[in-house]
Structures are given as C-alpha cells and as structure tokens.
Design a protein around this ligand. Structure first.
Ligand SMILES: NC(=O)c1ccc[n+]([C@@H]2O[C@H](COP(=O)([O-])OP(=O)(O)OC[C@H]3O[C@@H](n4cnc5c(N)ncnc54)[C@H](OP(=O)(O)O)[C@@H]3O)[C@@H](O)[C@H]2O)c1
Length: 323
C-alpha cells in the first residue's frame, strides 16, 4: 500500500489516504519518495488558496526526492537517488506528498554522490529558481564589485538561496524583508545589508534615485515596480514570483530611459540545459558552505499545518519533509 495526500475532486480539502500502489499513474519510473519540501506553490495548493492542482484526483507536492525501485524505461537502476522539480508535478501529474511516485524518466535528475538527498530536497524548486535568476542576471552582464543587488522575500526559500548564491559568487546582496527581526538570519545567509519591505510598498515613481545594480524579485506588484524604478542604468531585474501581487504597476520609463532589463524566470518548464546549470551552481555553493540554519526538517504528516504557517510568513528558509 501507498500513503498519499489526495485531493479527491475539485473543492476537496484533501487528506492522507492509504491506497493500492496500482493507483499510481502509469509512468515508467517507480520511486520510493524519501523527501519533499514546502514551496510557496505547495502552500497555496495544500491550503486550497489557489487552484494549483488542475486534475483530480491529485497528489500535491512539486519537488520529489527519492530512490528508484524500478524503471521500465531502462534509464535508471534500482537504488539510484533522483530528484524531480516542476513539470506539472502536483498540478497535472501526481506529485511528491506520497510514499511512492511514478514519473517520466525525462523529469528526473540523478543526484551526484556528493549531494545528500536531504540537501537536494532543500534546494528543490526554490534553490533552482534562485540559481536560474542569478544565471539570468549574469547572462545580461553582472560585473563583480559593481554594486548592490537587491533580493526581495529574503527570508523565504527563493530569497534565502538567492542571498547564498550571490554571496558565494562574491556579489553584494541586499536583503529586502518584511521581518526586520530576522536580520541575524539574513546576514548569516550572505546579506551585506538589509532594507525594509515597507519602503517598496508605496506607489512607484516612473524613475527614482538609482541604487541597485540588479535585483531578484519574488514579490511582483508595487515591490517589483519600485525595484525597477531604482535600478541603475543598464541593470537587470529577474522576476520570479508574486508573493505580493500578480500585477506590475510600473511604466516603460526604466526600460527606455535607463535601459533596464526585466528578465522572466520560470523553473517549472525550464530546459534541461538551464536545470543542469542551476544544479551545478547550487551544488557548488553547498559544497563550499553547508545549508546549516536555513533548513527546517519536518514529517510529511505536518505538511498541512506547515503550509498555513508559510503563507502567514511564520516560517523561513526551506522546509524539508521526511517520512
Ligand atoms: N518562477 C518560478 O519558477 C518560481 C519558482 C519558485 C517560486 N516562485 C515564486 O516565488 C515566490 C517565493 O516563493 P518561495 O517558495 O520562496 O516562498 P516563501 O518561502 O514563502 O518566501 C516568500 C517570502 O516572500 C515574502 N513575502 C511574504 N508575503 C509578502 C508580501 N505580501 N509582499 C512581499 N513579500 C512577501 C516573505 O519574505 P520577507 O518576510 O523576508 O519579506 C516570505 O518569506 C512565490 O510567489 C512563488 O510562487 C516562482
């Protein structure tokens, strides 16, 4: 038998259910799930705050780390440690909150020997997204010692990883947070300075005093608009989230007067090449400096409660789930 969190139908609030393994989707790779995580999207899904799961019945959980038990495609061998993030897991395909999963081989990456399963889950969608954001900024030119790079949602999963990855590469990362009491945590992740989120929650002027060489934004809305209008000439801002809002109340002024670049980041359907580059970056950073105080370990059964806390900004860093 398999134990899974299942949304039986649209509108169902979900529950843990024991069911036969034959209920799993008909995909080639059978995995014993060892870990998952709680991303913002998982929290929205578990609390039914947004329609993340779009087919039913559905098992949520967008990050899977596990051990291969069987692979009909012949790509993996039993015992291989693997990770999958995105690709519609928990949305259109049964995801991670289960003791077992059946997945397509092309969704899976074999973990390198020097990356633990627990650390791979800590990275998950959040770490990959942060790495893709830094890679996108560098692709547009990001000289070292060029100035400050602002990171919004800094105590969160993407934000904490962004601080670490920027710090590991020698950049000056400034943490924007709604929780000034977390200054010690943010500096431990690599922030060289802290700015209050409240300063960025006002209506944005088309152009304001230049401060940032670049930015990584998980908030959207007025926060992204204010980052754009304070980004220096030629700078880039990687937009990857909507923790504040989906809209963007900005103007074209930063683009046409300062040549600012707005770079979109999506890790869900990202190419294998972008994924490989992101895993490389984040793996190297972890090898240099362990994740330490940014990982909080919990049991899968606690997921629903943890999701509520995450949406209420009562958690920080990365929540890793184990059986
Ligand atoms: N594009 C992609 O592929 C991709 C992938 C992963 C995540 N995302 C998106 O990125 C965002 C962050 O994800 P996550 O997993 O890092 O979530 P998370 O761990 O919950 O972190 C979100 C952080 O945003 C800040 N925040 C919370 N409410 C806010 C508000 N109303 N206005 C401004 N900031 C607020 C908080 O940081 P402070 O308290 O420090 O301000 C919070 O810790 C989400 O919108 C998620 O959907 C996108």
């Amino acid at each position: 038998m398999v134990k899974s969190w299942i949304f039986k139908e649209k509108g169902d609030t979900g529950s843990w259910v024991e069911h036969p393994e034959s209920d799993l989707p008909d995909e080639p790779v059978l995995i014993d799930v060892v870990h998952s995580a709680i991303n913002y999207k998982d929290a929205l899904s578990l609390t039914r705050s947004a329609p993340i799961s779009r087919r039913f019945p559905m098992v949520p959980g967008i990050d899977v780390v596990g051990t291969v038990r069987d692979d009909k495609s012949g790509t993996f061998k039993p015992g291989d440690r693997v990770v999958a993030t995105g690709f519609g897991l928990g949305e259109t395909h049964w995801g991670a909150y289960s003791t077992a999963a059946r997945l397509k081989p092309e969704w899976l990456v074999k973990l390198p020997d020097d990356l633990s399963s627990r650390d791979a889950a800590a990275v998950g969608t959040a770490g990959l997204t942060a790495a893709m954001a830094v890679n996108a900024l560098e692709a547009y030119g990001l000289p070292l010692n060029s100035g400050e790079i602002v990171v919004s949602g800094a105590t969160g999963g993407v934000g904490s990883f962004a601080l670490r990855l920027l710090d590991a590469a020698g950049y000056h990362a400034v943490a924007m947070t709604g929780r000034p009491g977390e200054e010690a945590y943010l500096r431990a992740q690599g922030a060289t300075d802290i700015v209050a989120r409240a300063e960025f929650e006002q209506d944005a002027k088309p152009i304001a005093k230049e401060r940032w060489t670049a930015g990584i934004d998980v908030a959207g809305g007025k926060i992204l608009a204010n980052i754009l209008s304070t980004t220096k000439y030629g700078g880039s801002v990687a937009a990857c989230g909507l923790a504040a809002a989906m809209d963007l109340p900005s103007s074209v002024a930063p683009f046409i007067l300062r040549g600012v670049n707005l770079l979109g980041v999506d890790s869900v359907m990202a190419s294998q090449a972008k994924r490989a580059a992101a895993w490389q970056r984040v793996g190297a950073a972890i090898a240099k400096r362990p994740l330490g105080d940014m990982v909080f370990e919990h049991k899968f059964e606690e997921a629903a409660e943890l999701a509520k806390n995450l949406l209420a900004s009562k958690s920080k860093g990365r929540i890793v789930l184990s059986w």
